[in-house]
Design a protein around this ligand. Sequence first.
Ligand SMILES: Nc1ncnc2c1ncn2[C@@H]1O[C@H](COP(=O)(O)OP(=O)(O)O)[C@@H](O)[C@H]1O
Ligand SMILES: [Mg+2]
Length: 251
Amino acid sequence: MTRIIGIVSGKGGAGKTTIASNLSYALTELGKDITTIDTNLTTPHLGLHLGFQLVPKSLHDFLRGDAKLQDVIYYHPFGFKIIPAGLSVSDLVGIDPDKLQDVTLNLIGKTDIIILDSAPSLGREATLSLKLADEILLVANPNLPSVLDVLKVANVAKKLNKNILGIVVNRVSKQNDLTSEQIEDIVKYPVIAEVPEDVDIQRALSARTAVIDYNYKSKASVEIRRLAHHLVGKKFNYNPGFWKRLVSAFK
Ligand SMILES: Nc1ncnc2c1ncn2[C@@H]1O[C@H](COP(=O)(O)OP(=O)(O)O)[C@@H](O)[C@H]1O
Ligand SMILES: [Mg+2]
């Protein structure tokens, strides 16, 4: 069964694309066949995060009827598939966003997990990916506006009978406005990951790569890898090699 996971948030800039691109990496590492789609049609960034910013044919060409689906699926060197969206304003002309459903329908049975990197808020394109997803990952920053916006999105997802997997709190630091417990009290869903504020995430973006690739051991990388294990029901053993060496030193 192909799972379709929508990465959503209320506010823009919460970290959806960062989480989507790094989860693609981490879930591939766990042996899953992943296809990640940029469903943020007006302000797409997935390609920018993963070094696929300039592609001959994009999702927009498919949505306009100018390209076949197989022509807009790219194979990332990390081992997953990516469907990037077009970057220019002219890409928006003549597209039919409802054709996004043809993309997910076509991929069912051909990939293990489809990850939808969503547009923020509750406009047409964001609602479209909420509808296409079966499971929802809420991304919020630990401040009240971000959490209230995610609450709104969670309520819509609930009405659509979606399986809400939980909240990823992103950019956690000592200066936070809200704790994870407070966020759970407001949104009424569990916090399943706390991704720290991590300068390596911005460095990775400048290098057009995932932070897990940029610095495998950074705190953000470790937390997103832990989240990936959680999503597929696997136990996360941080640096098992280290523990094995330590234990054998005491034998
Ligand atoms: N945990 C983090 N630590 C530091 N910077 C982050 C973190 N998460 C995201 N960012 C930065 O915040 C910006 C917005 O992130 P992005 O993933 O594009 O958000 P969204 O897709 O929700 O709009 C990017 O510049 C990204 O590098
Ligand atoms: Mg984004």
